[in-house]
Ligand binder design. Structure first.
Ligand code: GLU
Length: 315
């Protein structure tokens, strides 16, 4: 589908102007000081297209903590390592529960519902750890993100990682519980060390939109032509983003936006328009289930204005 650049630019301009007027912006995550102190005033939207163009508005070159958006990339890496055997350890159903829920894990004998809730992402991280030292596993995740976004400057915010570790009691509980069931095979502190650090990766909306491009174009990076994953795998990762990408707000996001996407408590959202574009939205204020309030609203507007949805519907 040819992309109308003028229409997209106009849409972004109109959305940025509207977002600047919204008073109810939600509240930034406050479970660690590094996230609590980020201003709710930030807003960014960046669209990466097949020919490598980036269309942006707002603070699209300000780095933010990608948090759970990293789970899309760790899942991609872990599937590359373990293949479908990964699904013996992690399910593929929406959870309908909070991102860090413990109750469901107990009911389901230590096997997390999906790879995008905390428990599932921790199990995925255990797979990436494999025979590596934590430092090597993290290096692999960072190299992957740098290669995808074509930017070697992407790095980890060590202060965020440290705070996550100091306050991550629930994640320790989830990991210990899964270790008891053999879903996690490495020592819990090693797995969580890698998990906290990949959640603490800082990226700009421009870098994130670029990094997600392979998911919009059948698993192939449209710029380099490099095949990151097979078309089947790209379709499946997108399907999981659609059904599980927004914690217990996944149904609501799919209803409002109609596109696969993954959010993080740093206020970032990676959203895929299959065959057309990869989009990153960022605004730190969250709604009551931990998803970016303005990010969601902006994506809803953009999807409607551009006629972007996975149902082939044009208004
Ligand atoms: N590092 C966060 C945690 O594990 C990630 C939360 C999120 O973005 O969902 O609590």
């Amino acid at each position: 589908m040819a992309l109308d650049g003028t229409r997209l630019k106009d849409a972004l301009e109109a959305i940025a102007a509207e977002m600047a007027t919204v008073e109810e912006r939600g509240k930034p995550a406050d479970y660690i000081p590094e996230l609590a102190r980020v201003s709710a005033g930030h807003f960014a939207l960046c669209v990466a297209t097949e020919d490598g163009r980036l269309f942006s508005c707002g603070d699209a070159d300000t780095a933010f903590s990608i948090q759970s958006v990293s789970k899309v990339f760790t899942l991609t890496l872990a599937l590359g390592l373990a293949g479908d055997a990964l699904w013996k350890r992690v399910g593929r159903e929406p959870s309908g529960s909070a991102f860090n829920s413990i109750v469901q894990l107990e009911y389901e004998h230590g096997r997390p519902r999906n790879p995008f809730i905390n428990a599932g992402a921790i199990a995925v991280t255990d797979i990436i750890l494999g025979n590596h030292q934590p430092r090597e596993a993290l290096g692999e995740i960072l190299r992957f993100l740098r290669a995808l976004s074509g930017d070697d400057t992407i790095s980890i915010d060590e202060a965020v990682a440290l705070s996550e570790k100091q306050t991550g009691y629930r994640n320790f509980a989830l990991a210990n519980y899964m270790r008891a069931y053999g879903i996690i095979t490495h020592p819990v502190d090693l797995v969580l060390g890698v998990y906290f650090h990949h959640c603490a990766i800082a990226m700009t909306a421009q870098q994130l939109a670029q990094a997600g491009s392979f998911l919009a174009f059948g698993g192939r990076d449209p710029l380099s032509g490099f095949r990151v994953v097979s078309p089947d795998r790209a379709r499946r990762i997108n399907a999981l983003m659609l059904t599980c990408g927004h914690y217990d707000g996944s149904g609501e996001f799919a209803y409002r936006v109609g596109l696969p996407a993954k959010s993080g408590v740093g206020g970032g959202i990676l959203c895929i328009v299959p065959g057309v574009a990869s989009i990153a939205a960022w605004s730190p204020g969250l709604n009551d289930v931990g998803n970016s309030r303005l990010g969601t609203l902006a994506l809803e507007r953009l999807a409607k204005t551009m006629d972007w949805n996975i149902f082939g519907i044009r208004s």
